[in-house]
Design a protein around this ligand. Structure first.
Ligand SMILES: [Zn+2]
Length: 279
């Protein structure tokens, strides 16, 4: 299992690999633009070349992109949904240009809608995003903490979307803090074994491509999205040890998305747990 972090692209996207290495990352995640909106910085040839050079220099081959926060593929507001579809498509092509392995997006929210209508919109949006898409980067859907009316709270719901979507190439990114907050306990070996069975019976391990490794500031099943440093939250070191020891889960890269101060230590904690698991 390789560990990495979400790193900033401040000053230029080609700065991300060095930041990752300085944190001890073996893989990394980034935005390609401001997550809060606005026009994306143009990916000129020389910028892309410099990014590749810096990745090579840092020996980093596995890197991922997170889409901006405001995406809502379910929305009944047509302008927001159209913008979201265009943005996910645009991000997929920007990511492909950068040879990004996969790109995860939050699915959206069913606020002021019937849940089934929201799911129908999501499926339609995904079909349109991936229509004639044959880029390098794979699209992943991320599970949510269960806050508000977000979609993707349960693995059953994500499996339903994957089954209904035309493209069979959509993958899943599982976030530990979100799982814990939405009612999937992760604190013991037994919890991780149970999770393994749930995944086998819903989205399946073939679809999982990445793990977001975040401890949780909030209690089990609290439905809130608050990340904490590894081992310092309610999941605790034991939960991460169990994940790292699990043969189905430890084949994926794990990216931490914890507050910037302390990320280096998070990676270190995870590497130590891995070292102990191997010895
Ligand atoms: Zn996440």
């Amino acid at each position: 299992m390789n560990f990495g972090a979400h790193v900033s692209i401040a000053g230029g996207i080609y700065n991300a690999p060095e930041r990752a290495i300085n944190l001890g990352c073996e893989c990394f995640q980034m935005f390609t633009r401001s997550p809060r909106g606005g026009k994306p910085p143009e990916l000129k040839d020389e910028i892309v070349e410099k990014f590749f050079e810096n990745c090579k220099h840092a020996s980093l081959t596995n890197y991922y992109v997170h889409t901006p926060y405001f995406i809502n593929l379910a929305s009944h507001k047509s302008e927001l949904r159209e913008n979201s579809i265009n943005l996910v498509r645009e991000e997929l092509s920007r990511s492909s240009l950068l040879k990004v392995k996969s790109m995860m997006t939050h699915i959206g929210s069913s606020k002021d809608m019937k849940r089934s209508d929201a799911i129908e919109n999501v499926v339609d949006s995904l079909n349109r995003v991936l229509d004639a898409y044959d880029g390098h980067t794979e699209l992943l859907l991320e599970n949510t903490a269960g806050q508000g009316h977000t979609i993707g709270i349960t693995f059953e719901e994500i499996a339903e979307i994957l089954n209904k979507a035309e493209s069979k190439k959509i993958g899943v990114c599982i976030d530990t803090a979100h799982m814990f907050a939405s009612g999937y306990d992760l604190r013991t070996d037994k919890d991780i074994k149970d999770l393994e069975n749930i995944i086998k019976n819903t989205v399946t391990f073939d679809k999982i491509k990445l793990i977001h490794g975040n401890d949780s500031k909030v209690d089990f099943n609290s439905g809130k999205d608050r990340h904490e440093h590894i081992g310092k939250g309610k999941i605790g070191e034991g939960g991460f040890r169990s994940i790292i020891n699990n043969k189905q889960l430890n084949k994926f890269d794990m990216i931490v998305e914890t507050p910037p101060e302390g990320v280096k230590e998070d990676i270190q904690v995870l590497k130590e747990l891995r070292d102990k698991a191997e010895s």
